[in-house]
Design a protein around this ligand. Sequence first.
Ligand code: GLC
Ligand code: MN
Length: 346
Amino acid sequence: MKTTFNLPQKAGRNGLGAGVWNLGPGNDPFGGPTREAIPILDRLPILAQAGMTYYEAHDVEIPASQVGAARKRAEEVGLQCGMYTPSFFADPIFKDGAMTSNDLAIRKLSLKNALAAIDSAAVLGASTVVFWNGREGFDFVLTKNGQEAFKRLVEGFNLVGQYARERHGTSIRIALEPKPNEPRANMYLATVGEVLYLISRLDPSHQALFGVNPETAHSRIAGLDYLWDVEMCLEAGKLFHIHLNSQDGQRYDQDLPFGYTEPLKDLALLVVLQDAGYENILAFDIKAPRTDEPKHIADIIEVSAQNLVWLWERALAVDRAVIHQLREEKRNTALAGYLGKCLYGR
Ligand code: GLC
Ligand code: MN
């Protein structure tokens, strides 16, 4: 067994995580799979072998009936469930949204699935349940009433929060994950700012259970700076989970290896996380490219983890006093240069 990746001096939970969906068969909207699909539970040993400590899964990947088997398999390979999430996007019934669907029966089904996911997460030992906005949104204007849709989200999450608190106290926390578009043309909860606004509108007695899972690529697709998105979550005390990857600018969601496209900004991100004493899990949301051979399917996990560990070590070596001094001297460009010096190891 390979050694697991760890981040020196990280506060709180150490080790890294990745999703079982990251090891898919390589299909994209233009072509079918290029590899045989690996049964979900067989992906756990691959993640462990690639040096992960945590795995993450959707309810459609590990349904309630499989939770016991997943727990056992994970224990055998030394993995913990870092996060569990209800899929509000895979089943065609959710084609026009789940909590924001115009169809009451579909909204009820989504609530039922959400509550079941909370209980499954507890059995799996996951302390975080993520809600990605998925298909909550619209492709054509006026097909939903936006104000109504927002109210449905508030009502839905209030019920989820109430259930989680009654059943599990504070042991399960809920992290909402924003994305601006894809699969929908326009998505509700498009940005970290929108998610924080939604949380501020929840019943105050449930708000503490809700936070954010910001993903690098999702901020960059929106043309926003990921570091500022993360800083906003930190300022609000709402950075519950993190999905790291990278992205070539504003285009379709790529889920590229962490550290590949904007390493200098990733370095700055790690400086901020270190200084904030970020205690929760760092996980990757990356996609094994369809060009990778089956036997190399975990390359993307290992490349991301290695980049992260190297950047983390470089971030520890960044002299905070130099940053402070350059800020005082109003030398913004020189500060960018100092980060480059740290990144390039000079
Ligand atoms: C989907 C999304 C991903 C999200 C995950 C969990 O796979 O692409 O960004 O984190 O679901 O809901
Ligand atoms: Mn994600």
